[in-house]
Design a protein around this ligand. Structure first.
Ligand SMILES: C[S@@+](CC[C@H](N)C(=O)[O-])C[C@H]1O[C@@H](n2cnc3c(N)ncnc32)[C@H](O)[C@@H]1O
Length: 267
């Protein structure tokens, strides 16, 4: 007797993660603009540290036919996923310009780039200033002359207490769960949960055991790592007071419940 095939799509944590938290097409446009604004010329080589499924690396080579990207991640699972998804959508010529390395971002022999980019707060896994300085120093070393190092960061009063936020998407909900915050160590535990329509909530699909670094700490550690100038890019607000995805260079921020910013170091 033949089994009837289920029409329910298999749960794909990376697909839901991409839909919930990533916008690689916008990220590469932002990086391109940033380099032009700071250096007055075009960047060609992008290194995506903690690249996971390396969507940014794939988008970068689509942006310009001379662009090359290098993705670096320790974990073979997301790398393999990226090879079977976004990488497959590239043309043969674009594929030749993407290099994926299953390596540690602290490896001193990583290839050099015009932009080293670390997204989704991944450096927060370095919990001591010594470890963070080691990583920022490696990023500095990994830049070509005129290179820039770009990281994102988040904060606000909401990050100083446990809370869980649900965002509804087409067919599923995404939950960003801040489980704890320790004011003495600065450490916080975060989880991502998903709930597909009509299904039970899947708890702790992704776990992040992080230290919450402040913008001034990140700036100071970048300066200690040898960056000649460090800038902060702050998000604008729309009519409803929500972030509008437009980031501009600032010297002062604005006190709010929750914010996202970029810290950018010039070699
Ligand atoms: C928060 S995920 C970010 C993935 C992706 N950058 C994004 O924006 O969604 C962190 C990634 O960093 C990788 N990772 C953790 N420590 C690492 C290290 N020392 N060197 C390289 N990759 C590392 C993990 O395997 C994981 O894929």
């Amino acid at each position: 007797m033949s089994k009837k095939k289920s029409s329910v799509k298999e749960f794909d944590k990376y697909e839901l993660y991409l839909k919930s938290v990533q916008s690689p097409e916008n990220d590469v446009k932002f990086l391109n603009r940033l380099y032009k604004e700071l250096r007055g010329k075009k960047a060609t080589i992008l290194r995506e540290d903690f690249c996971g499924t390396f969507n940014i690396s794939c988008e970068w080579v689509k942006l310009d036919s001379s662009n090359k990207s290098i993705g670096v991640d320790l974990d073979p699972e997301p790398i393999q996923y990226g090879k079977q998804t976004s990488f497959l959508s590239l043309t043969d010529k674009q594929k030749e310009r993407v290099q994926i390395l299953q390596k540690n971002v602290l490896d001193p022999a990583l290839p050099k780039a015009d932009i080293v980019d670390a997204q989704n707060f991944s450096y927060s896994l370095f919990k001591t200033r010594k470890q963070l300085l080691e990583y920022f120093s490696m990023a500095h070393k990994g830049l070509n002359k005129d290179g820039i190092f770009v990281i994102d960061c988040f904060g606000g009063s909401q990050c100083m207490e446990p809370n869980e936020e649900e965002t509804e998407h087409d067919g599923f909900s995404y939950f960003w769960d801040q489980d704890s915050y320790d004011p003495v160590t600065g450490e916080a535990m975060f989880y991502i949960h998903f709930k597909r329509k009509g299904e039970k909530k899947r708890e702790k699909v992704f776990t992040y055991d992080w230290r919450l670094w402040s913008i001034p700490e990140l700036k100071e550690v970048m300066e200690d790592a040898g960056f000649s100038k460090v800038h902060v890019y702050w998000e604008g607000t729309d009519e409803e007071g929500e972030g509008d995805g437009e980031f501009t260079r600032v010297t002062q921020g604005e006190d709010c419940e929750s914010w996202v910013a970029y810290v950018v170091g010039e070699k």
